[in-house]
Design a binder for this molecule. Structure first.
Ligand code: TXA
Ligand code: MG
Length: 334
């Protein structure tokens, strides 16, 4: 496994302590980190990403034992029963939204009373966080509105000249951003779908799917509940279109085709410049792992349009379609 040297980790620690930013790997996507207590440092993230100030950031900590870095003892006590139920997902690709402590600077929470918190599982993220006596505010390390990075090369390609250090921890295993679960209201609610699915959370929390999804069945599930979760997001530059059955007969010449698995009958259609399956057998975690990196790769081919096959909107498929819906929203009506 790729792991930064001791010297690089020490450099990251000192840059962060001095109020600078560092990009680092997590198991979901690469993050662009800064000291969550330091307003000036956090503002650097917003300016490097060109991120709107109303879109809050996730605060990362090395373990749930460090929750006191982001919230009060009182909140921790209240949350303990539910956190116990979530212990198989934390550390991991799950962020929780909870009432915040005042040390978390305004820019991180975008003026909200809550903060999104995540304990990443990735050994490099953990090694970095263990060195920091403060939480790391970190959005995905991409320019706002572009696809999230799943390798150090992705970060370097777009932000390399704007950030002093990118820690390389290899390819992100999960490949899409964390599930966001809001624990600040009366009942838990999913704000962003991820590889920890609604079904999995419903089971461990003994909460209905309807409650978790906020009564939003089918398409409305991805309505912007988290500030910054806009309908259009994550898009490549090349137009991306979800395949409808009427498209099959008329793929234009200079197009790319992305299917969910290698048995898709679409793969045999003629007139396609580039074709790729996101998985061999349709396994959802493999699809997530390959989705963003394939979109980036296809975006570099100079195609006129990229067609992508949809998958079923259940389980992890909800997270996959959420990302594909957002990435293609700009071109949905064309
Ligand atoms: O997997 C991930 O979550 C990655 C890695 C780096 O941890 N981070 C990530 O951050 O995806 P970002 O900034 O790209 O997405 C954070 C999302 C945004 O949609 C934001 O609106 C939401 O989290 N969010 C942050 N704080 C929130 C809060 N207090 N209440 C509701 N939503 C919040
Ligand atoms: Mg992002």
């Amino acid at each position: 496994m790729t792991f930064p040297s001791e010297q690089e980790l020490a450099q990251a620690q000192s840059l962060l302590s001095e109020g600078d930013v560092v990009a680092f790997p997590t198991e979901t996507v690469y993050g662009l980190g800064a000291n969550a207590y330091n307003q000036v440092a956090v503002e650097k993230i917003f300016s490097i990403k060109n991120r709107p100030a109303h879109n809050p950031l996730i605060a990362h900590i090395s373990s749930l034992d460090h929750l006191r870095l982001v919230t009060s003892d009182h909140v921790i006590k209240e949350l303990t029963p539910i956190l116990n139920k979530l212990n198989s997902f934390i550390p991991g690709p799950l962020s929780i939204v909870i009432p915040r402590d005042n040390r978390i600077c305004r820019a991180v929470s975008a003026g909200l009373d809550t903060v999104a918190v995540r304990v990443p599982h990735h050994p490099v993220a953990r090694a970095l966080l263990e060195r920091c006596p403060f939480p790391l505010a970190a959005p995905s390390a991409n320019p706002s509105n572009y696809v999230s990075p799943t390798s150090a090369e992705h970060v370097m390609a777009q932000l390399g000249d704007k950030i002093p250090l990118v820690l390389d921890g290899g390819q992100c295993a999960v490949g899409i951003e964390s599930t966001i679960l809001d624990l600040s209201g009366k009942s838990p609610r999913i704000l962003r779908q991820g590889i920890i699915s609604a079904e999995m959370l419903s089971e461990v929390l003994s909460v209905t799917m309807e409650t978790l999804l906020g009564n939003n069945t089918n398409k409305q599930e991805s309505s912007p509940l988290a500030p910054g979760m806009l309908k259009e997001h994550y898009s490549p530059v090349t137009p991306l279109k979800i395949i409808k059955s009427s498209d099959r007969a008329q793929f234009p010449e200079n197009c790319g085709l992305i299917t969910m698995h290698s048995f898709s009958p679409l793969l045999t259609l003629p007139g396609v410049q580039q074709r790729r399956s996101l998985s061999v057998n349709g396994e959802e975690s493999e699809i997530c792992h390959n989705l963003f990196k394939t979109l980036r790769e296809f975006d570099s081919f100079g195609l006129d349009v990229i067609y992508i096959e949809p998958c079923e909107r259940k389980g992890i498929g909800r997270a996959i379609m959420d990302r594909i819906d957002r990435a293609s929203a700009k071109w949905a009506d064309i």
